[in-house]
Design a protein around this ligand. Structure first.
Ligand code: TPP
Length: 376
């Protein structure tokens, strides 16, 4: 059996601080008819706070000139953290593959990625482990965790996910004890209008060849500046799975309790049945599309973090002093990551072709020349 992802990050500190509250601590945090334990709720909350701190610091970097472009997921913290905490993390087909979008910092932080792995890419440093300072922020690539490189070309991740899922299905048939790995693919609502989305539905449902793909659509209702009401006659988007006989659900991605259970249900189905599932999560977009549109805060959208904070306080699960302490801690972590990042070198001119082409036996024309440029 593959190992589960690492234990939820340490929340002892938050719990200790909570001990100071005079309200009796509840056993669970509820939403409609679902609930999660207080321990899990505090873990999710802390990861949401860390993600928000990192995103806000990232926006500041793009405004101050420490970075050149920002895109990310403020407003998606609840869904992304709940997803990251439930991933079976590891390398190879026994574990989950992640085909992510460019708004998934919360997934990665919840999986255990340090903040500096994000800020190094944002500031285009040579120390950036994902792309050596040559890709946009949020374009993660971590082979040890099956995190497939994020692409700026939207939606192609949906055409790639059936590939890793096919490997996983075959691997599971040969190794029944390792048959729980799934391929998780995440994209936005606007991108679902592209053919790659349909490709995923089609390739995951060939009769007798169904594939363990968890298709996720984080629906923030916009494609850059285009309102989905002007382009999608059909909704909810999850219904697009119907003609393929794919199970689907639309959940409130701003509600951590709903998100946790929606993801858990979908994952359980894909892991056990080895068949696809389409999960649509409605989310907010709190700072517009990217720094290219200014990244101003949109105060009309629901703020999942503020709402969850209030819910935890109202339930007596945490007090305001503890919230402040956790927020300060998260901000300091982000600040420290930036300070360290800015001391590190950027790639040089000479680095441009490094890692561009792999050494190849078939390179008979220019042997030992992997730059692809004659005479270089
Ligand atoms: C194939 C392709 N077409 C267009 C673009 C330009 N583009 C970048 S992000 C984006 C909007 C995507 O919207 P959505 O899929 O809803 O995701 P969101 O950014 O809202 O999370 C577009 C059109 C692109 N990067 N790739």
């Amino acid at each position: 059996m593959p190992e589960m992802s690492g234990e939820p990050p340490d929340i002892e500190e938050a719990l200790l601080r909570r001990a100071g509250t005079r309200t009796a601590a509840p056993a669970a945090i509820r939403s409609n008819r679902e609930a999660i334990s207080v321990e899990l709720a505090l873990t999710v909350f802390r990861q949401m706070l860390r993600t928000r701190a990192l995103e806000e610091r990232s926006i500041k970097m793009s405004k101050s000139g420490e970075a050149y472009f920002w895109i990310g997921g403020p407003g998606e913290e609840a869904f992304n953290v709940c997803l990251g905490l439930q991933v079976h993390k590891g390398r190879g087909p026994a574990f989950d593959y992640l085909h992510l979008h460019y708004r998934n910092a919360g997934v990665m932080l919840a999986m255990g990625m340090p903040m500096i792995d994000h800020t190094r890419q944002l500031a285009m440093r040579w120390t950036d482990r994902h792309s050596r300072g040559r890709n946009f922020v949020g374009h993660y690539a971590i082979p040890e965790w099956n995190v497939v490189p994020v692409s700026s070309v939207i939606e192609i991740q949906y055409a790639m996910a059936p590939g890793t899922a096919l490997v996983q299905k075959r691997h599971g048939l040969k190794n029944p004890a390792e048959a729980e790995g799934i391929s998780i693919v995440v994209g936005g609502d606007a991108g679902t209008a592209e053919g790659d989305f349909e490709t995923c539905l089609n390739w995951s449902t060939r009769p007798g060849q169904e594939l363990p793909v968890l298709m996720v659509v984080t629906n923030n209702r916009f494609g850059i500046s285009t309102d989905m009401d002007t382009v999608h006659a059909h909704r909810p988007i999850a219904d697009r799975a119907d003609p393929y006989g794919v199970r689907h659900e639309t959940i409130d991605g701003n509600d951590p309790v709903a998100a946790w259970h929606g993801i858990q249900r979908a994952m359980r189905y894909v892991r056990r049945e080895r068949k696809p599932f389409l999960l649509e999560a409605t989310v907010s977009r709190l700072h517009g599309h990217s720094s290219s549109s200014g990244a101003q805060r949109n105060w009309t959208e629901t703020d999942t973090l503020a709402a969850f904070e209030q819910k935890l306080i109202d339930a007596g699960a945490i007090d305001t002093a503890s919230v402040r302490a956790l927020r300060d801690e998260a901000k300091k972590e982000a600040d420290d990551a930036v300070v360290q990042t800015m001391t590190e070198p950027q790639p040089t001119r000479e680095d441009v072709y490094t890692f561009t082409y792999a050494e190849s036996e078939v390179d008979a024309v220019y042997p030992k020349d992997f730059t692809g440029l004659p005479g270089n």
